[in-house]
Write a protein that binds this ligand. Structure first.
Ligand SMILES: C[S@@+](CC[C@H](N)C(=O)[O-])C[C@H]1O[C@@H](n2cnc3c(N)ncnc32)[C@H](O)[C@@H]1O
Length: 217
């Protein structure tokens, strides 16, 4: 009973149509004002609980990890606290500035203003990519580019672990997905080892997130 109400309220906050200046989700100027105004309806204020649970059992110690669309860096800090070496990128300079300000000294995180799509065709450098509300923030027309960018970033055998938002509503961001789409888009580059409704999602995303573990071919 509570979950649908909470979701309806949160959905209103998360969805934002292009503004008067014509900014779209592929541009920093779409995201920057949301971070500056603390108006991101996606913001959990902590790493996503299903990812916290999974990484507590699959400790990424010693791994080179990439977090695309890192926002304020909650997943980056989770991984670094578990002794991964983390590169966390985001299109929005304000997000990166806030992430840096929130990160204690001593964690092995490099934050960078970078477009994920700039990684396409670059030499692979990572053992692990962690997805959390980046895929759903990207124009669905670019989803195959997302797959290419994360696959190209990973060394052969590297893992993609993440949450895919399957809320089923029209429009976005967040743009919804479903199990069939995730399988269809990722299967050419990844062996999908786990893809199921996430356990332990926050109330507003209860049963609306798919938890995925994939291995780059
Ligand atoms: C919905 S927010 C989620 C932020 C963070 N992952 C979280 O859950 O708190 C989506 C983020 O993806 C970033 N983003 C969107 N497109 C991107 C791209 N092509 N490359 C890098 N970051 C991107 C946005 O700037 C924004 O910070």
């Amino acid at each position: 009973m509570i979950a649908p109400v909470a979701r309806a309220i949160r959905a209103k906050l998360f969805v934002r149509t292009p503004d008067a200046a014509g900014a779209n989700p592929g541009e920093a100027r779409f995201w920057d004002p949301l971070f500056a105004a603390d108006a991101g309806g996606w913001e959990l204020g902590r790493a996503a609980p299903p990812l916290v649970a999974w990484f507590s059992e699959h400790v990424p110690k010693g791994m080179q990890a990439l977090v695309p669309g890192c926002g304020r860096g909650h997943e980056a800090r989770l991984l670094a606290a578990l002794e991964a070496t983390v590169t966390a990128i985001d299109l929005a300079p304000t997000a990166i500035a806030q992430a840096q300000a929130m990160t204690p000294a001593g964690l092995a995180i490099t934050f960078a203003v970078q477009d994920l799509f700039a990684r396409i065709g670059q030499p692979p450098a990572f053992d692990l990519v962690v997805e959390h509300t980046c895929f759903c923030a990207i124009d669905p027309a670019r989803r195959d580019d997302y797959v290419t960018a994360v696959a190209d970033s990973l060394l052969p055998g590297g893992m993609l672990v993440g949450l895919f938002y399957a809320h089923g509503r029209p429009g976005g961001p967040p743009f919804t997905t479903d199990r069939a789409e995730v399988e269809r888009r990722f299967a050419p580059r990844f062996a999908i080892e786990q893809l199921e409704v996430a356990h332990g999602s926050t109330l507003i995303r209860h049963r609306q997130e798919l938890f995925a573990v994939m291995r780059r071919r």
